[in-house]
Design a binder for this molecule. Sequence first.
Ligand SMILES: [Zn+2]
Length: 188
Amino acid sequence: MKNTFLQIFLFAGLFFLLLQSCNTQPPVSQTTTELSNPAAQKSGDVPVSFFVSESGDTIQKIIKSASVWKNDLNEMEFYVLREAGTERAFTGDLLDNKKEGVYTCRGCQLPLFGSDTKFKSGTGWPSFYQPIEKSYVLEKTDNKYGWNRVEVLCNRCEGHLGHVFTDGPEPTGLRYCINSVSLDFVEK
Ligand SMILES: [Zn+2]
C-alpha cells in the first residue's frame, strides 16, 4: 500500500517536472526583467560556469563576511587579501618561481596571471605585465599614504592582490606588482 502511494507521488512529481520544463521556453519578446538572469536563460538550466559572455565577460562575485574569510584564510592571507596589506619585499614564496603554469587567486582560485607574462622586476614582489583576462582583475584608485596608485583586486572575490604601475616591459608597459600571499600556483 505504501509503495503504491509512493509510486503515485513519484509519477505526480515527474508529471509536474515535465510540465515545468515545457514552460521554460523563453517568450518571443523578453522584457528587461526577464533578462535579469541571462546565465540561466542561455544555459537552458544546465549549470553554468562563472563566466557569461554577453557583450563582455561578467563574473559571478563571491561575497563572504569577514568572519568567514578569517576562517578560510590564514592570518597573513587575511591581512593582505581582505585588509589590503602588503607582504614584506623578497619574502613571498612565488617571487622566484620560474615554473610554467597559472597563478590563481588564493581567495577564490580564479586564474589571474600566466607564467608567460611574469618577469623579474627586482622590486621583491612577483611581477606580471598583464592578467590572463583584463576583466578578471579590478582596478581601483588608491590614495593611501597620499600616493596616487592603482590597486589591483581579484574581480571575483575582490581580494586585494597588489598594484599596477606604468613602468613595466613591452608589450603592455604595465607592471602588475602582486603579493605572493594573494596567489596560488598551478603548474602546467
Ligand atoms: Zn579571488
